[in-house]
Design a binder for this molecule. Sequence first.
Ligand code: 13P
Length: 247
Amino acid sequence: MKSRRLLLAANWKMNAAPKQALVNAHGDRSLNPYHPHSDIDVVVFPTVLDLRSCMDAGLVVGAQCGHAEALGAHTGDISMAMLKGVGCRYVLCGHSERRTHHGETDADVAAQVVAALEQKMHPVVCIGETLEEREKGHAEDVVKRQLKALPLESDITIAYEPVWAIGTGKTASAKQAQGMHALIRSLLPEDRQEKTRILYGGSVKADNAEELLRQPDIDGALIGGASLKPEDFAQIVKAGEMVTAES
Ligand code: 13P
């Protein structure tokens, strides 16, 4: 039974927006699976260069990252305030690729989340353990530590993305993912437990989306590779609609 509205989020990373996503197709969803749907939320996270064209095509957009400070000497960065200014409604915070390649710490991620909330943008905060951490039996401790830094009393979305499942084709099994999502939910403040959406990310594809989305504590997906292929993303959206219609 789905008590929370599903959110399907397409993270295009450092790739061009798929041409089909830029077709303005408010009326005909078969032409553009990325456009807003009535029963589920669909959000795309393009590079900043494609934000405008995605908005012009009628898509709901988010940024892949944002700096916590409003302005200043941060070469190459873009602030949450600036992202809000160009029309972003969502922002990813703490994606593992940012944590690993840009040295973002739990404290940096928390500061970004606070800045996004101040700008009235909705943060989708990524957490998840590496393969090494999982093999050492530390997966739950890592997730707990990453969560502890966050303003969990606020209206945010969590994305559990085990690093070992990102871009590898190795998805967490539906049971593994559900177990971790249930743990994450139990760690939220009591009055947020029923409201906060927890997405799963890591090799979500057309053929595993339905089983993942059927899990009671999985409220959507953050999709990388498969979201760049319109026909695959359309299948994932279809799975989300089916699961929603049945609940
Ligand atoms: P893949 O779906 O390519 O594994 O990427 C997941 C991800 O990192 C989404 O943010």
